[in-house]
Design a protein around this ligand. Structure first.
Ligand SMILES: [Cu+2]
Length: 270
């Protein structure tokens, strides 16, 4: 095969593979492959950083492979290519050290800015203490007289039993639903204090871009400001024993007025 035909064949194969991958993924109704953009300012920044890194890595990967393949194909022995005799080049070594260093610094600057914002839990308008247990979450609203356990919902619990009459496929949000979700107000800076009562767990809600370890004897802090009302789901993200898959996180974000109504209702019944 001539070089040109080889190149065309390679490019055609790659294009066909990419098409196959994307169309079959869509046809099969796969879950989204990328991380979610989320519903907070921080989650959007995290998503932006992730996309930037992904594109930089993809471009570098493509460049390296194009140069490598071109070198192999165009300078092969059968074409009469003579290997170069030189080795050790100070200028090349400086270039391949300085360019990656500059790329790393360029991505570290926005990444650090986002990290600093994520870690700054000051100015919170309310605080919820979250405690992980084997295998449920406990929510304690420090500014209100509210505390409760959040367990896996009844349908999921029924469906996962051996020989159950209910199939997991028939349960909406199987293992992603709880009997009592956490409720927070929208457009409010909520501080979350995280700890655990037995082993290490981790509280994770992808759409908030929040994931942190809940460690017995330690208090970890994070914060969230959800802009849109909605139901957001997550899971325990630290292998914590037999029931690790059975302690999901569900957060309902309500408009502040509706949140106040929920608080009034909760405090009445207790
Ligand atoms: Cu856990």
């Amino acid at each position: 095969m001539s070089t040109n035909r080889l190149k065309f064949a390679g490019a055609g194969l790659l294009a066909a593979f990419a098409l196959l991958l994307s169309s079959s993924a869509m046809a099969a109704g796969w879950p989204p492959m990328n991380m979610p953009e989320g519903v907070t300012e921080i989650s959007r920044e995290v998503y932006g950083l992730h996309m930037m890194m992904l594109i930089i890595c993809a471009v570098i990967g493509a460049l390296v492979f194009i140069i490598m393949l071109a070198s192999i194909i165009l300078h092969r022995k059968s074409r009469g290519a003579e290997p170069a005799k030189w080795h050790e080049s100070t200028s090349v070594e400086i270039i391949w050290t300085v360019i990656p260093f500059m790329i790393l610094v360029a991505v570290a600057i926005p990444a650090t800015a986002t990290l600093v914002k994520m870690e700054d839990t000051s100015g919170a308008e309310m605080t919820v203490k979250i405690t992980g247990y084997q295998w449920n979450w406990h929510y304690d609203y420090l500014d209100h007289d509210i505390e409760f356990f959040s367990n896996l919902d009844a349908d999921s619990t029924r469906a996962y039993q051996l020989g159950s009459d209910l199939s997991p496929l028939d349960v909406e949000y199987y293992l992603l639903n709880v009997d009592e979700p956490m409720v927070i107000p929208t457009n409010t800076r909520v501080r979350l204090l995280l700890t655990a009562g037995d082993v290490i767990h981790a509280w994770w809600v992808p759409e908030f871009a929040l994931k942190k370890d809940a460690i017995p004897g330690f208090i970890n802090e994070m914060w969230v400001n959800v802009e849109e009302p909605g139901i957001y789901r997550g899971q325990c993200a630290e292998l914590c024993g037999r029931g690790h898959a059975f302690m999901p996180v569900v957060v309902i974000a309500k408009e502040p007025a509706e949140f106040e109504a929920w608080v009034a209702e909760r405090t009445d019944t207790e």
